[in-house]
Design a protein around this ligand. Sequence first.
Ligand code: PEP
Ligand code: MN
Length: 331
Amino acid sequence: MIVSVKPGADPERVRQGLVARGLWVVRYQTHHGGVHFLARPYSGMVSRESLLSMEGVADIAEPPSPHPMVDAQPKAVEVSGVLIGEGVPPVFMAGPCSIESPEQIDHIAARLSRLGVRFLRGGAFKPRTSPYHFQGLGEQALGWIAAAAKHHNMVAVTEALSEEMVSPVAEHAGMIQIGSRNMQNFPLLHAVGRTGRPVLLKRGMAATIEEWLLAGEHCLFAGAAAVVFCERGIRGFDPGTRHLLDLGAVALMVHGHHQPVVVDPSHALGRKDLIGPLSRAALAAGASGLLLETHDDPAHALSDGPQALSPDEMAALVNDLGQPLPGEAVR
Ligand code: PEP
Ligand code: MN
């Protein structure tokens, strides 16, 4: 809150009055002159009315948000007719790390769609740490995921790794993914935003929550229809759990900022045995969906095999999480 002091009143007396009410207070500069204090909303439980009744207080206002377009997103955003966010059932985004052939992606899509998975996620361009690792099959794979998604009435989600590829990606995908390593690649965020497509914005592995929100603001500012935030783990110090899945950030993003957040335990942990418990924890923290890598033959996946769930394992997880499995036998 910004507390404005009445002209002629003693600012120090107002400051002391605020401190006496348990508020953490700093002097705040505005363009309009006068004396103002910024009182942190989480520093004390004090009502606006009680502050307005204080001697020497002229007005109470909220500071302008650095990310007004993100703040103005509805609690549930719409992506190709599917709602993602508060008050609607969680969504699943699933598919192989890399799209490996038209048959592979169609076969996986067939299984996933029967489980009620609405978003088919697969990579044509892979951001690999090593240049010697599989980099994805490139532009040709965009047509394959688009065809599989259409065939099984799903929404294709795939990553745009570079500005040149934004336009073909937008042509084939209902939602464009920005990978962790590109969260602050602002020209790329703008290019993706300009397509008007909804964005799946993965959190940079060393990004603060505020930087993540501001990256979302870049996308919306440039024209994106919506931003869904994806927590995929941040840099911790223990390689035992690879990245540190930040469920505190998920709770704050959902319950504090009212943003749609999807959690990706696959890339966070890098191993499939812990995906079940972390998926449950993510939903308990308020996540609006899960991104899960799924492969019909994980042992031979061209990338990220160790974290990929087989279709049967995916079916068991979806069932365990209490989601409906239309048309699929429960194991
Ligand atoms: C991915 O989603 O395929 C990926 C590489 O994830 P991240 O950008 O989170 O590392
Ligand atoms: Mn992957």
